[in-house]
Design a binder for this molecule. Sequence first.
Ligand SMILES: [Fe+2]
Length: 249
Amino acid sequence: MSCQTTGQTTVPIAESQPPQAITTAAIFPPVASPDEELSAGPARLPLLPYDYAALGKAIDAETMKLHHDGHHASYVKNLNDALKDEPDLQKSSVEALLRNLNDVPENIRIKVRNNGGGHLNHTIFWQIMSPEGGGEPQDEIAAEIKETFGSFEEFKQQFNKAGSDRFGSGWVWLVRNPAGKLQIVSTANQDNPIMDGAYPIMGNDVWEHAYYLRYRNRRGEYLNNWWQVVNWPEVNKRSLVSLNSSKSS
Ligand SMILES: [Fe+2]
């Protein structure tokens, strides 16, 4: 038995496991999207739900095009390439693959982890932003943020700090943790919070490819501006899905 360190915890990895079909959809709520099947295998690049220039308040069009058509497309291609000799695993959702990495053959496990995580993270990312985004959170998520963090401003500060403190590449997330509570976490590389049993409600990409063309090395400025495009209705929907799931489990 060996170990791999995720962004938050150390996860034991078995030396070898036979490949098998992985099905966890009946146990966990949908993570890639509550409304659409965007995580099925083989992986497919989802359409960007707005124009490249639509998030210009925070992210420039060239970055959006490179990010979606280049980086995200590569994660999808590399994930499918890694699974080319594993017909059973090709049928697994990316969520199931990431929750059950021990069931992925060791020789492709890192590729599946990095590229599967990249596919899932970016699929979520496009949806939780909107040209009509920004402003204050609404509905149930607004009340729960205030209850958990004291105020929206305090929540933003803690979220931005976690994003700034992430050394190198990674993500900052608002998750519902296994205890059913809201929590800010940061993950390294392309790891996703589902690898630690949490549900990712919203996340910001702090890889340099997400901001460097416009912001250069000013990650903090990018983190501040990003709130102008947060799609609060979608974030609220994701929060309710995760809340209902934690109550029923
Ligand atoms: Fe990215």
